[in-house]
Ligand binder design. Structure first.
Ligand SMILES: Cc1ncc(COP(=O)(O)O)c(C=O)c1O
Length: 418
């Protein structure tokens, strides 16, 4: 046999273009944004004290660190032989039962532990749904605008993503129905409608009960599965949103994607799918990742069962309501002539419309002023369709940054409009 060492390996692989080896699914995925997942590796500014309103992430000074330490310690000290072993595709049964009980209390559902599948956040839930139900050339309908991470993931499964416009009440139902008729006439197979009904990313809005009912009826008639992304549902400021698609239909035709990322911590990488057994069965069958970490599930179970999660979520609602108010008031004080903004009733985002100027020019001028945020166009498939919106994610930065943000934005507007 020929001698094969590191040098031979290097010369064999030298100059090989890995792009040619990619799957067509991987090639189908568009470029990510520099601020994806809120990690900001390459902030587009040299400013010494940047204010970052880009990623949808919780306030890291308000993480429930003590509770998490307690949960992990307890799991290792008392349940190591289970918590440190493989946990199976569904995840730790005790955690799933605690989640089912909690959801039944919150939503009036009648879930059992087998209706809950633990996952790697809401993103893991979506990937699992795509893996089980999406084939090349299937159509997935999404709201326009929609969360860019999801659209990329769906494209990775070679589905055709079709946008239908939404407004502050949710998707435009008439256009939704027309689109379904048109696509069906073209012989296309529409598998999924992906929606973020509560405190939408990026629009911050809530889908009305009427729209939910119409969408449920239309999807049921056309056998289109609704993938309901509930990442922000619990983070209302005063009153909860209308009942979920899942609760309204008792889960018939609906798979709910839920997450602990926004209510506890993104780094736990934990969430769950809520689904009837006819969906749960194929969803678990296609999983080859050996499930998620039971250690995390044990820690979460403590947090839920002790009642501390409810206290924590209540305090996050109050904190984010105050941050939202601070963000809006700095915009009104400094940029009233330049922007139009709707007050959200929960969640992490303000969807801001420029009354003057182009968002694409504003974002660069703002970066020069040390203010970073996301351009509205990244939330549309057709990046050229919108140049007058941007999204401000206000939950992570301290209040002083929120107060200062309006001033920096005003200076940026003054620069581009001069
Ligand atoms: C609507 C929506 N869904 C899913 C995610 C992903 O969250 P995770 O996988 O951490 O639950 C995000 C993150 O910003 C989001 O905004």
């Amino acid at each position: 046999m020929d001698f094969y060492d590191k040098n031979t390996a290097a010369s064999e692989w030298k100059g090989v273009d890995v792009d040619h080896l990619l799957s067509s699914g991987a090639r189908n995925i568009g470029a990510g944004s520099a601020t994806d997942a809120g990690r900001f590796w390459r902030l587009p500014t040299e400013h010494p004290d940047p204010i970052v309103l880009a990623g949808g992430i919780p306030d890291d000074t308000a993480l429930p660190v003590e509770d998490i330490i307690k949960g992990f310690t307890n799991a290792i000290e008392n349940n190591a032989s289970d918590a440190l072993m493989y946990g199976g595709w569904f995840g730790y049964e005790g955690c799933r039962q605690a989640i089912a009980n909690r959801q039944n209390r919150l939503e009036g559902t009648s879930l059992e532990s087998n209706n809950i599948i633990m996952h790697n956040g809401s993103s893991g839930c979506l990937e699992n749904v795509c893996k089980a139900f999406i084939e090349a050339d299937d159509v997935v309908i999404v709201e326009s605008p929609s969360y860019s991470g999801t659209v990329r993931a769906i494209r990775g499964f070679q589905a055709e993503v079709i946008e239908v416009p939404m407004d502050l009440n949710g998707i435009n139902v008439a256009q939704f129905r027309e689109t379904i008729v048109k696509l069906s006439e073209q012989g296309k197979r529409i598998k999924l409608f992906y929606t973020i009904p509560d405190y939408h990313n990026p629009m911050g809005s809530v889908t009305s009960l009427d729209v939910r009912r119409s969408v449920l009826e239309t999807c049921a008639r056309n056998k289109i599965i609704i993938a309901e992304d509930a990442a922000y549902t619990e983070l209302y400021y005063d009153a909860p949103p209308p009942p979920s698609y899942y609760a309204l239909s008792n889960g018939h035709g609906v798979i709910k994607l839920c997450s602990f990322s926004k209510i506890i911590a993104t780094g736990l990488r934990s969430g769950w799918i809520q689904a009837r057994e006819e969906f749960a069965e194929p969803l678990t069958k296609v999983r080859f990742d050996m499930g998620n970490s039971p250690l995390v599930h044990y820690a979460l179970t403590d947090f839920i069962v002790s009642g501390r999660l409810e206290e924590h979520v209540a305090s996050m609602r109050a904190l984010y309501r105050d941050k939202c108010k601070a963000m809006i008031s700095t915009l009104r004080e400094n940029c009233d002539t330049y922007v139009e903004v709707e007050e959200p009733e929960g969640g992490f985002f303000l969807w801001v419309e420029c009354k003057k100027g182009k968002a694409s020019e504003l974002i660069q001028a703002s970066a020069d002023e040390g203010l970073i945020f996301s351009l509205g166009s990244i939330f549309f498939l057709d990046k050229g369709i919108d140049d007058n919106h941007f999204r401000l994610a206000f939950t992570r930065p301290p209040f002083e940054h929120l107060d200062e943000a309006g001033k920096r934005l005003r200076r940026a507007f003054e620069k581009i409009l001069d």
